[in-house]
Unconditional design. Structure first.
Length: 169
């Protein structure tokens, strides 16, 4: 079973799409490990504030299949296949890590944003503090400690989601 970590974000009907995204991820992957929810300014464009979090899951799906499942969930939740990179999103799901895999296709793994954005690194460090980044070989907790936390303001919020109970896991 592969360990995957997924960044989830929304800045359009944020609470609705965070909950729906988590429900759909739980349906696809089963039991999830979910970070706290964080509010942060849009990065790369002027737009409404985002809600972001990171989800961990175990899966027997291939890297390609996981990437396809994430895109399908985005599209099912109103994301346009032609969406511009820096624009508002109903639901944005980015595969951050797939075990210790390093890849450029079907997605960049590990995602560049892990080391660049507080709204990715902080929640990843929260749920996987001792896990090491496959390229820089530092733990996410130590990477978060060394991060310039004043450079991007994030605010922790209550998570409006209850994990479904999985009886056969």
């Amino acid at each position: 079973m592969a360990q995957v970590f997924i960044s989830l974000g929304s800045n359009v009907e944020r609470e609705k799409y965070v909950v729906k995204g988590l429900d759909d991820l739980a349906q696809a992957f089963g039991q999830l490990e979910v970070s706290s929810l964080y509010a942060c300014e849009a990065v790369g464009f002027d737009g409404p504030e985002f809600y972001n979090l990171v989800v961990g899951a175990r899966t027997s799906m291939s890297l390609d299949k996981v990437a396809k499942v994430l895109r399908d969930i985005e599209y099912a939740n109103g994301r346009s296949p032609n969406a511009v990179k820096f624009s508002p999103r109903t639901l944005d799901l980015d595969l951050l890590l797939y075990d210790d895999c390093i890849a450029d296709s079907p997605a960049q793994i590990p995602r560049d944003e892990i080391l660049k954005n507080a709204f990715v690194l902080c929640p990843l460090a929260e749920i996987a503090p001792r896990l090491r980044h496959p390229i820089v070989q530092q733990s996410y907790a130590s990477l978060w400690q060394a991060y310039d936390q004043a450079s991007q303001h994030i605010q922790q919020l209550p998570l409006p989601w209850q994990q479904p109970v999985f009886t056969n896991q």
